[in-house]
Write a protein that binds this ligand. Structure first.
Ligand SMILES: [Zn+2]
Length: 338
């Protein structure tokens, strides 16, 4: 990680994160050798788990807020670098819509370009099911109307001749568009809003100008208890814990989906050695499913890890773009015919 972005380091949140990183990895940072996120969160998670201070300046009680500040910075950086709908995802959804909608997506990414490209299917043909009870479903007073979202598990409004297909998108590492309330454990989805305010250490919402009112910005707070929302992304760490109440059910849901799948396709996942939680998930859920791994440059170690969870795994050495062009359509049709 770096602290060179002036938009980050000069903010309230960014300066707190920078102080900690430079204090603990100072010599290396000065020479341009930044620690990995796994290293930073590994240290923090270990100390927080032990309930022990690092030294006088970093008391045990201060470490959770340091951790939260670094998570907020990660949230900001990903937001700044992953806006818009990727064309690749648009083509993916087009094939799904036309050939076989009986698919589920498990993603480790935080960005939401996948959903940004979902417009092709929404809402006549399909709806996204995040498999978590969003605050949006109830739309309590205080939630901007722009955040309205359909609960695909309930009877839905029809915008065409057919009932839209619910498609699961399981974000087991969280999402930039999810805001978590640690008081009521609620999750608010802000479908088109991924920014975080590093000066206010909160999420804000700008209400567009209308003929009656000027443009105004206000802080998003939980409509049930007025608590400030927190980012809901699970950072990389050598000590990965799954105690987060909002994400744990998604891990279980992913296990169920993988267990029932006939064909599992991995895209752009190098299956790193440190991802023991993913290895555990796959070991326990992939049975006789056909497994295809799409990656243009997978190491022998990564291939060996894939084979350890699925001995007959097939490897396709291509980009996701090329896979969509050449193989995905046939695969979807085969799966639909099973
Ligand atoms: Zn709440």
């Amino acid at each position: 990680m770096t602290s060179d972005d002036p938009h980050i380091r000069d903010t309230l949140v960014g300066s707190g994160a920078r102080d900690f990183v430079e204090s603990w990895f100072g010599g290396e940072v000065d020479s341009g050798l930044y620690p990995s996120l796994e290293e930073v969160f590994g240290l923090l998670d270990f100390q927080i788990g032990q309930g022990e201070s690092l030294h006088g300046d970093w008391a045990a009680s201060s470490l959770p807020s340091v951790r939260r500040a670094i998570v907020a910075c990660i949230h900001h950086v990903i937001h700044a670098n992953t806006r818009g709908a990727a064309r690749t995802y648009g083509r993916f959804w087009e094939l799904v819509a036309s050939l076989n909608r009986n698919v589920s997506v498990v993603t480790l990414n935080y960005d939401v370009r996948l959903e940004a490209a979902f417009d092709r299917l929404y809402a006549k043909e399909a709806l996204i099911d995040y498999c978590i009870p969003l605050i949006n479903y109830d739309m309590p007073k205080g939630v901007p109307g722009f955040f309205w979202w359909t609960d695909p598990k309930k009877p839905v409004t029809l915008f065409g001749p057919e009932i839209p297909t619910p498609i699961k998108v399981l974000r087991i590492h969280g999402s930039l568009t999810w805001k978590y309330c640690s008081v009521c454990r609620g999750v608010l989805l802000t479908p088109w809003e991924t920014a975080i305010d590093l000066e206010l250490d909160s999420f804000t919402w700008t209400h567009g100008a209308s003929c009656d009112e000027p443009e105004s910005t206000f802080e998003l707070v939980c409509p049930y208890d007025a608590a400030t929302f927190e980012p809901l992304i699970l950072p990389p760490s050598h000590i990965k814990h799954w105690a987060h109440p909002a994400l744990t059910p998604l891990y279980s849901e992913s296990m169920r989906e993988l267990r029932e799948a006939r064909h599992v396709v991995f895209v752009g996942y190098s299956f790193p050695e440190a991802d023991v939680h993913i290895r555990s998930l796959l070991e326990r859920s992939i049975g006789s499913a056909q497994v295809t791994v799409v990656d243009p440059a997978l190491s022998d170690y990564s291939r060996a890890r894939y084979r350890s969870v699925s001995p007959n795994a097939q490897f396709v050495e291509s980009t996701f773009d090329a896979f969509i062009d050449n193989e995905l359509g046939e695969l979807l049709m085969e799966a639909a015919g099973d």
